[in-house]
Write a new protein. Structure first.
Length: 600
């Protein structure tokens, strides 16, 4: 077999116990050991070179796109790209063909690999509109042991690995950009998480996330592989299946894989110890728990306690404090851990493992090997003192530096230059403050978790609303709204205002409580009720002036809201809003002038 490019991931896999379980397909019960991975990676690399007609040197740096379902075949496909010094380009099967075609064109992919499940989609993608027709390779289902047991050779220097992965941004403000993450950057991100979250070979991670995002790929796959953990894939997320899987090891009459009360549990009955998902998943689990059959309810109550589920993490979007509190109550004090990351940097900040370092509304501290600073967005000077002379908290843009930061946007030097400062710091566009929290930041979670905690106020462009000379954090207002029993979901945005520059507006989805009550005057719960409820919680300029009740708020696969599109859908385009605001202001001025004239 061909030698594999040496990397921290393949070196770690080679050292793990070959008999320990690496991958489990939760619903089918298929499992694969660490001992089979490298043989299968070598076989996949050989097929890739034969199909593309490239040799060891010819494929270096080439982009290899693939459509493969989450599981062992996905792991082998990704690692075979790294082992070939190629750049893996994971594609999202949920994307329409036109979006996948854009990525193939933009990345100039040499090859498109696809499993049988996505054969039809792959053929639709390559049917037309491609600048460079990629070599197509249909992948067969991997059977453990089929690749043999020939000894595997790792060649080359780890620091000379030229492969990596390219993930595409969500494209909320422009066409998606290709974020180039070399193997060494991916390894640095994984080692950083390994140090902070302490993955172990005893961990059983339940994976329900998509694999074209950094969250599912680095947090949920590459870092567990580095640590020797077991990854159990259960995608797409299904709330009933997740509850049943949590409960399975604790069902009283479940033995030897027998079914219990009509439920067929996973073939792997190890307790889930590690679960990292987005806030909407935590909310869905909470909403459905009380309706579970009694046997599953009791077993799941045991499964999610700290003694079994050692780490539960929420990320990719802001976690509402009520959700965090409700989960803690349900799980007998198993507090959710929050963190902050993005495609370009992996995970950058995180709360710590110690409960005292899991602070409501905070994302903790810069992770090991991550350098972070706050910079005043107006003066562009680093914020060294977290309070101004008048005692007010000073907010600034989070800027990052270190080995975990991406190297650039693919074939887009202008965008890359724009996002980095002249001295090499990446500008995240997220605004935050730092403040000391009593009992936290004392190093209980490690030497990296010390000092003032970081609190994110939101994206500079979408979540910082400038109204009447004051800056309002949309995330702060959202947290307060979500603490109201009448509101299930919300998004706070800024609308143009002639009088204030911008005004705070809220788009809300009512809960069953909100839909079932009546406000004053016989009307349903609405804007005036919201303002009254927030009067004692927020200063006046932070309270939404406009409120729209909707049936749902659209989110992407990672639970994020595109506020630019949401504003357009709910309130219309910005120019129309501005003109309407100007007209209202003009009418008010005319009435005031008329009233004044009448009084003379």
């Amino acid at each position: 077999m061909l030698p594999l490019q040496r990397s921290p991931f393949l070196e770690a896999i080679q050292k793990h116990d070959p008999h320990s379980t690496a991958i489990v397909h939760s619903l089918s019960g298929r499992s694969f050991t660490y001992g089979s991975i490298l043989q299968d990676v070598a076989a996949a690399k050989e097929r890739l070179l034969q199909t593309t007609g490239k040799d060891e040197n010819g494929i270096v740096g080439e982009r290899i796109a693939f459509l493969v379902e989450n599981g062992y075949d996905y792991v082998v496909t990704l690692l075979s790209c790294l082992a070939s010094n190629a750049i893996a380009v994971p594609l999202a099967p949920s994307f329409p063909a036109s979006e996948l075609r854009y990525i193939l064109n933009h990345s100039e992919a040499l090859a498109l690999l696809y499993s049988a499940k996505f054969s039809k989609l792959a053929q639709e993608v390559v049917k037309e509109g491609l600048d460079r027709a990629p070599v197509q390779l249909a992948l067969e289902k991997i059977t453990e042991g089929a690749a043999g047991d020939a000894p595997i050779t790792l060649s080359g220097d780890t620091h000379h690995a030229e492969g990596g992965m390219m993930l595409y941004t969500s494209g909320t403000t422009a066409r998606p950009k290709g974020v180039l993450l070399p193997t060494l950057v991916l390894a640095a991100q994984a080692h950083s998480l390994l140090g902070a979250w302490e993955y172990t070979p005893q961990d059983q991670l339940l994976h329900v996330l998509p694999l074209h995002h950094i969250h599912g790929t680095v947090n949920g796959m590459l870092t567990p592989l580095l640590a020797g953990s077991t990854i159990e894939f259960m995608y797409p997320f299904n709330v009933d299946a997740v509850w049943k899987r949590f409960a399975a090891p604790f069902m009283s009459d479940q033995t030897n894989g027998n079914t219990t009360n009509g439920h067929t549990p996973s073939a792997n009955h190890q307790p889930i110890t590690f679960f990292t998902v987005v806030p909407t998943v935590w909310a869905r689990l909470l909403q459905t728990h009380s309706a579970l059959p009694m046997d599953i309810l009791k077993a799941s109550n045991q499964a999610i306690q700290r003694s079994h589920l050692r780490l539960n993490i929420s990320g990719s979007a802001a976690l509402p404090t009520p959700t965090k509190q409700a989960w803690s109550q349900l799980s007998a004090g198993n507090t959710l851990l929050e963190r902050f990351g993005m495609t370009e940097v992996g995970m950058a900040l995180s709360c710590g493992l110690a409960d005292s370092d899991r602070i409501d509304g905070s994302v903790g501290w810069p992770l090991p090997s991550v350098e972070a600073r706050l910079v005043d967005p107006d003066t562009h000077e680093e914020i060294l003192s977290d309070t101004s002379p008048d005692g007010k908290e000073r907010s600034g843009e989070i800027q990052l530096r270190g080995p975990t930061i991406f190297k650039g946007y693919w074939r887009n030097p202008e965008a890359t230059r724009k996002e980095f400062t002249p001295d090499g710091w990446f500008k995240t566009g997220d605004i935050a403050i730092r403040k000391p929290v009593p009992g936290a930041g004392e190093g209980k979670s490690g030497s990296w978790a010390k000092g003032p905690a970081w609190f994110i106020h939101g994206r500079q462009s979408a979540d910082i609303i400038k109204t009447g000379g004051e800056k309002v954090s949309a995330l702060e207002v959202e947290r307060e709204l979500l603490s109201l029993p009448e509101i299930r979901e919300c998004a706070v945005v800024g609308l143009p205002s002639e009088a204030w520059g911008q005004k705070v507006a809220a788009i809300v989805v009512l809960s069953a409580v909100g839909e079932g009550v009546e406000g004053k005057g016989g009307k349903g719960w609405g804007a005036m009720d919201l303002r009254r409820a927030l009067k004692e919680r927020l200063v006046a300029y932070k309270i939404p002036q406009d409120v729209k009740v909707v049936g749902e708020i659209k989110r992407n696969a990672m639970g994020k809201v595109n506020k630019k599109e949401l504003v357009k859908d709910v309130f219309g385009d910005q120019e129309r809003i501005r003109r309407r605001s100007e007209a209202v202001a003009a009418d008010r001025a005319a009435l005031k002038k008329e009233a004044g004239a009448g009084g003379r």
